[in-house]
Design a protein around this ligand. Sequence first.
Ligand SMILES: *[C@@H]1O[C@H](CO)[C@@H](O)[C@H](O)[C@H]1NC(C)=O
Ligand SMILES: *[C@@H]1O[C@H](CO)[C@@H](O)[C@H](O)[C@H]1NC(C)=O
Ligand SMILES: *[C@@H]1O[C@H](CO)[C@@H](O)[C@H](O)[C@H]1NC(C)=O
Ligand SMILES: *[C@@H]1O[C@H](CO)[C@@H](O)[C@H](O)[C@H]1NC(C)=O
Length: 419
Amino acid sequence: MTVKMKLASAVASGLAGLVALVDVGFASVEKRWALPVPLPPQSVYLDPFSFAVLGENATFRNNSVTDYFNPTNTAAPFFQIFDPSFATEVLGPNPSFQRIAYNPGYAYAHEAPIYMADTNEVYFSSNDGGPLGYSSWYNNSVVSKINMTEVEDAINVAGGSPVDVNIQITTLSLPDTVQMNNGGTGPYYGNLLLVNSGRATLPPNLVMVNPNPPYNTTVLLDNYFGRQFNSLNDVKVHRASGNIFFTDPTYGYLNGFRPAPEIPTQVYRYNPATGAVKVVADGFYKCNGVAFNPSETVAYVSDTGISGGFEGTDQTLPATIYAFDIDPLTQAFTNRRVFAYADAGVPDGIQLDSLGNVYSGTGEGISVWNPEGTLIGKFFLNSTAAEMIFAGPGRLVILDETTLYLAKIQAQGIDLAYP
Ligand SMILES: *[C@@H]1O[C@H](CO)[C@@H](O)[C@H](O)[C@H]1NC(C)=O
Ligand SMILES: *[C@@H]1O[C@H](CO)[C@@H](O)[C@H](O)[C@H]1NC(C)=O
Ligand SMILES: *[C@@H]1O[C@H](CO)[C@@H](O)[C@H](O)[C@H]1NC(C)=O
Ligand SMILES: *[C@@H]1O[C@H](CO)[C@@H](O)[C@H](O)[C@H]1NC(C)=O
């Protein structure tokens, strides 16, 4: 879309706060909007000019994993706005941000969030092989769910958002075919679609899970022509073609619950109509999250290269989301380019809203980049969040390991249901 078309559609959709567009000679959409007055609740505006020059006496950050960017030293959770469009397009006039479940001793909410609209529940998995996950070579991780109707009821009883509530989660008793679940999407024919990292010599796999008791599973794929994958990490369905795309980094080995890698770190495509599996992208340190833009012509893949498990952190490696075109014939991910480099921690799971803004879990919460790859804002948690999911219109559920957060915002997620 051209800037003019975007402006026209924005005007047509009645968004307030439009400012005159400065013609800078290329299609910049940044700062199209005036900052709302007052700012949305729980938010802080950081004009990029306010920290563009810090001066020789400043305290600079030297560790992106432990030193966070919070110049106003605001208590989490809050919204950090770098571009007015984060306020006008993503947050809307009346957002809220709160805890909905927490257990400080247990990282029960790590990855694989799936929203099932028909029961209004969010499914997620505990940390596999990492801190407070209580899972290892010998011990599987677990999948749980939270009932969003109970969450809303409790918030209403407590007087309305934002107010912290602590809702009981339900842990699923899954068959042994699900080992170290790390990625998920759905609903997929009414099921959860999970990718599992495998554990010890038990193979990584792609599995459909009945979301209701007895939680029976159907394994779709557990090898590449007889060879095991390393430790499958994340998955999305390309809805236009029906094909399933998933990533395979080496975190099972790096977190001590899988043998040494025997196959490159790659992104794969599984065709459920034919059973065929093929590689669509390689050349990553650790490919991680995967997602598509709203028109499903662009693929995003994060590379969490800096996080090396027992090998430690190397800040000179990628903490980067790459964008690709999807080749119409082969569906290979082509024309690789840098989309965004996370300023804190690593960009892990990726989700998109209906406007094409890209959300990823990073070292200090959720970062949001506009379709041009400019950071427009953060859901600031002051701790690492790997994943998040839109749980119905205007609700973003954030997985912060020991805590689940709910942000009520204006943005809507793209539809992930298939068919
Ligand atoms: C962020 O977390 C660090 C330690 O994890 C703590 O020292 C710091 O005070 C926190 N910042 C805020 C604003 O709460
Ligand atoms: C195995 O996992 C369970 C929870 O699923 C936990 O209670 C137990 O402590 C774990 N054991 C080890 C050795 O981590
Ligand atoms: C979720 O909670 C609501 C309110 O307590 C309840 O009516 C509903 O049955 C629950 N949903 C499921 C799937 O258990
Ligand atoms: C679970 O079992 C039911 C009954 O046999 C079957 O219809 C359904 O397809 C199964 N679901 C999965 C995900 O395997």
